[in-house]
Design a protein around this ligand. Structure first.
Ligand code: FRU
Length: 500
């Protein structure tokens, strides 16, 4: 299969499949120096269809090597989302007393003459570092005929109770199970029927503990839950999280049931979960999400591939005035892509000022610190061309960080794509700090030291790679600005043939 990584919309430092359809990240596990990334994949089309697990491997979370498909549909159905773990002590008995990799995933089978499906959980194991997978002959290992939506198992080892825990999406809530050996599962509890947002079906949960920075360093448990698209909701599919306690049986939400915490305030970060068994899990809980939205996922105007992942991010917890909150930081490994740094300090930005109008490179990381002055609005115009631009700005009166992609280029594939959306951001001591990662068809904005993240896809017209810093209705002081042009992860293999 020929793959043209030089296509003008092909992300240059985000993971994409060599060709065809990609949705959720699956089975993320670290083992013997390799990060494995599996993903929902339709190998014959750029439209969602019978799901397989695509597979890629990386040593640095930045450069990925494509591998053959890991899991194919079989007599139990197609292969939906799930997780993978290292079975260090061979609790499953698959590995002759040694360690090995086990994938736990949903298999979906249509019920004949209906549009309903049966969803059950299955296992597959690998004795050769994830290169080949053997579905377990006793599949499926977990069935519950009560729920039609019963999927996306995330499994981890719970030290305190010495057993595996599975958290699973079951319609509008989560079910938790435990097991000594990954094969026999016992129902433990349920969570969420009354908690958080229920604007869509619940999918792709994750559950893990992290220490709280700036608190008393006690640990808190984080439950991540993605919620599907609903026609009523212009935001489409998105991801929420809960902070609480987990005792090996049930999860207890620390916040009032009606409180909703969004993991990302953009439109394009869905179904994200974290890597299992990665080094320094407590300080480096690595997350990656699908950079798309079910509202228009099948329609985005890319060529022979459809779908990308977000940047890999480290998750941590911080004690804020409002409570414990999730903080995201782009993985430090991305620094290797920097081609250098251009720097400005103490520039007064005024309407009409075009500090960066000479910059036309579409790939960069940018770090900026603004000090409020008289401007009503300020920020950056990115992927700017003669007629189009995307605005990443701060609106002072309302205290809102926004992305306006209503004139960003190709937007006509769905009526909800071309929008402006915003999130509240306080200017601490009159200062706004932003970090932007601009790839050919996306922008990720980190504000409030990672406490607020906005991830959006953009489809600029060819040649629209200009950028500008702007102020409206007055001036703003740009205390510092550093731009790091980034090299493509394909530098040495642009337009090369990649076999699948
Ligand atoms: C989330 C999701 C999962 C499911 C998979 C199917 O995006 O709907 O719930 O397992 O995608 O591809």
């Amino acid at each position: 299969m020929k793959t043209n990584y030089d296509n003008p919309l092909r992300p240059q430092f985000h993971f994409t499949p060599a060709a065809n359809w990609l949705n959720d990240p699956n089975g993320m596990v670290y083992y013997e120096g390799e990060y494995h990334l599996f993903y929902q994949h339709h190998p014959e089309s750029t439209i969602w269809g019978p799901m397989h697990w695509g597979h890629a491997v990386s040593k640095d979370l930045v450069h990925w090597e494509h591998h053959p498909i890991a899991l194919y549909p079989d007599h139990n159905g197609t292969v939906f989302s799930g997780s993978a773990i290292v079975d260090w002590n061979d609790t499953s008995g698959f590995f002759d007393g040694k360690a090995g990799l086990v994938a736990i995933y949903t298999q979906t089978e249509m019920i004949p003459d209906s549009d309903l499906s049966k969803q059950r959980q299955s296992l597959a194991f690998s004795k050769d570092n994830g290169r080949t997978w053997i579905p377990y002959e006793g599949n499926p290992v977990l069935i519950d005929e009560r729920c039609a939506d019963f999927r996306d198992p995330k499994v981890f080892w719970h030290e305190e109770t010495n057993r595996w825990i599975m958290v699973l999406a079951a319609g509008d809530r989560l079910f938790l199970y435990h097991s000594p050996d990954l094969k026999d599962w016992t129902f433990a509890s349920e969570f969420g029927a009354q908690d958080g947002s229920h604007e869509g079906v619940w999918e792709c949960p994750d559950l893990f503990a992290l220490p709280v920075k700036d608190g008393d360093d006690a640990k808190k448990w984080v439950m991540i839950v993605s919620i599907g698209d609903s026609e009523k909701c212009p935001e489409g599919s998105r991801t929420q999280y809960f902070i609480g306690e987990f005792d090996g049986v049930s999860f207890k939400n620390d916040n009032p049931a009606e409180s909703v915490l969004w993991l990302d305030h953009g439109r394009d970060n869905y179904a994200g979960v974290t890597w299992s068994d990665a080094p320094d899990l407590e300080s480096k809980r690595m997350f990656i999400g699908w950079m798309n939205n079910w509202k228009y996922a099948n329609l985005i105007p890319t060529d022979d591939w459809r779908g990308a992942m977000t940047l890999p991010r480290i998750l941590s917890l911080r004690q804020d005035a409002e409570g414990v909150r999730l903080v995201q930081t782009a993985a430090a490994e991305l620094e290797q892509l920097r081609l250098g740094t251009r720097e400005w300090n103490d520039e007064l930005v005024e309407p009409g000022n075009s500090l960066l109008s000479g910059l036309t490179d579409g790939l960069y990381e940018l770090e900026a610190e603004f000090e409020l002055d008289t401007a009503e609005e300020f920020g950056f115009k990115i992927h700017a061309g003669e007629k189009h631009e995307t605005v990443v700005g701060y609106e002072v009166a309302g205290g809102k960080l926004f992305i306006d992609r209503s004139n960003s280029g190709i937007i006509d594939f769905h009526s909800d794509f071309g929008c402006r959306h915003e999130a509240s951001l306080r200017a601490e001591d009159g200062v706004i700090k932003l970090q932007l990662w601009v790839d050919r068809s996306s922008v990720e904005v980190f504000a409030d030291e990672g406490g607020l993240v906005i991830t959006d896809q953009l489809f600029p017209l060819e040649g629209s790679h200009g950028m500008e810093v702007f102020a409206k209705g007055g001036t703003v002081n740009l205390r510092s600005l550093r731009i790091h042009p980034l090299k493509s992860i394909y530098v040495s293999k642009a337009t090369e043939a990649v076999g699948q």
